[in-house]
Design a protein around this ligand. Structure first.
Ligand code: UDP
Length: 235
């Protein structure tokens, strides 16, 4: 059976990897997520992952240093996560390559678009580390950029603690309403914090559909490929 999407960008926030700890890495959580990624890959889906770094550091939270330095720290955090995901996937015998947008060739391949596509075509999972390599950007924007570059069919954003996009924060407002679908313009106009405006604009300009879903139950990812309506579809 032909999968629903042939090539995807899976965006995992750093927090998705930290489980209930809220910081750093949780081995069991990572194992569960990687098991599901393996199953998706086995269906013949080409999977590229953009991983965040918020489980260590977010550039804009620091007031004690210049933003570029702080963002560089954030990007390095994403590389730790990329290597951790690779280790878990390889333990499950899944061929995986890490490519970083900041060169560190002793650690991982540099980001080379054509090579990334070649890996995907061979069935390898490609994990993009170090974001876009540029300060003032986010890994959501990186996901949009890489999706456009590698011609991905969809961006799947796995969120922790929430199962889609709401009109207000469901953790604070019990009456918050979940959206099944939204347009990019809705997100921009309503200032919905699910994706930053740079990422949203990039997706809008390049017509890249996005699905925001809850990663607390990683099998949600499989359900998307089974055609279930999960999370919020942005397009
Ligand atoms: N970052 C950056 N440029 C990028 C991607 C990320 O400077 O292209 C930095 C930024 O400081 C950001 C941090 O890396 O806060 C971690 O990424 P992000 O906040 O997107 O991670 P997530 O919230 O998805 O875990």
């Amino acid at each position: 059976m032909t999968p629903l999407y042939k090539r995807i960008i899976l965006k995992l926030s750093g927090e998705a990897l930290s489980g209930d700890r809220g910081f750093g890495l949780d081995d069991q959580t990572i194992h569960e997520i990687c098991s599901v990624i393996k199953r998706v890959n086995e269906q013949g889906v080409e999977v590229a992952i953009v991983v965040g770094g918020g489980n260590y550091w977010r550039g804009k939270t620091s007031t004690l240093m210049d933003r570029s330095t702080s963002d560089n720290m954030g990007m390095l955090g994403t590389v730790i996560n990329a290597l951790r995901l690779q280790a878990s996937l390889e333990e499950m015998d899944v061929d995986t390559r890490v490519q970083t947008a900041i060169e560190m060739q002793q650690v991982a391949e540099p980001y080379i678009r054509r090579r990334a596509i070649r890996h995907l075509e061979k069935g390898r999972i490609v994990i993009f580390g170090a974001g876009s390599g540029l300060p003032y950007f986010s890994t959501d924007t990186t996901a949009a950029l890489r999706a456009a570059e590698i011609d991905a069919d969809v961006i799947l954003i796995g969120k922790r603690g929430v199962d889609g996009v709401y009109d207000s924060d469901p953790k604070h407002n019990p009456n918050a309403k979940k959206y099944d679908s939204l347009t990019y313009i809705d997100i921009l106009n309503q200032g919905l914090g699910i994706m930053d405006s740079t990422a949203t604009s990039l997706c809008m300009d390049n017509q890249i559909p996005v699905i925001v879903f809850g990663i607390d139950d990683p099998t949600n990812l499989l359900r998307i490929f089974e055609g279930e309506t999960i999370g919020t579809v942005i397009g």
